[in-house]
Design a protein around this ligand. Sequence first.
Ligand code: C5P
Length: 286
Amino acid sequence: MNNGITLLSPAKLNLYLRVINKRPDGYHNLITLFEKVNLCDEIRLVSKEDSNIIIHCNNKQVPTGPKNLIYQIVAILQKKYGIKRGVEVYINKRIPVAAGLAGGSSNAGTVLLGLNKLWKMRLSQETLVEIGRQVGSDVPFFLFDCKWALGTERGDQIQELPINLDLWHLLVVPHIKMYSREVFTRLNLQLTKKVDDVNILIRSLKQNDVKKAGKLLFNDLEESILRIRPNLEKAKESLKSCYLEGVTFSGSGPAAFGITGSQKSAEKAKSFVDKRYSRVFVVRTL
Ligand code: C5P
């Protein structure tokens, strides 16, 4: 019986994240450059005759009840469309949790796309995005079949970018959980950057100019991340000493990454930081 589907759910990196201002709804308007990378969770969905939402995960840090963004997506679909079926979800978690890599949002987006197929719902892209953004600002990016995108407003207005470059990254994820809410709350908007060079960054990526792109990596949340966890400066400094083209934090951290144009230089950089950190990944554009 064809009631199951297996999907890959990728992590994202933010190569650029500028905070514009705080909005009346408490969120912040952003300009961010998203990239999907080949660090992926694996998700198996099996449709159920009853309406239960059962989530299994090999990582005990992941909630399996209503706090899980997958659970929230399925509950919205059931309620909005009067669906009587449920689903059993098996997550093979490889993306570090609460790390700035949007693992939970990616899982939610992937399941939304998966159930749209499995349950033959034929929801439009616009409707999928509308549902996705209800559970997290990062979810809409994962609903687009693209490697690169510009995110504006809450980060949930997605414009796909035709960039063909495959970048290599060295990614270090210290064993600290960071919560976006806290990082945004502690942000001092006076200290955020006022110039806008995301277009120069996009242009350099389109021109395969990794060196120039490296100089333009930027994250306005860095100051707040380092105020909450000053020790994370060390992770960044370690990456900086590895001859990468540029280093920054992804999202609200603590994942820090550098970029380079070849697997060889990423692997070489890994050998420098491997001794100091246990969660070190060489990843590339998906
Ligand atoms: O949308 P998401 O649930 O991922 O956001 C988590 C928290 O991060 C929000 O409650 C908000 O405090 C903060 N946030 C924000 N502006 C954004 C995205 C997130 O202030 N654009």
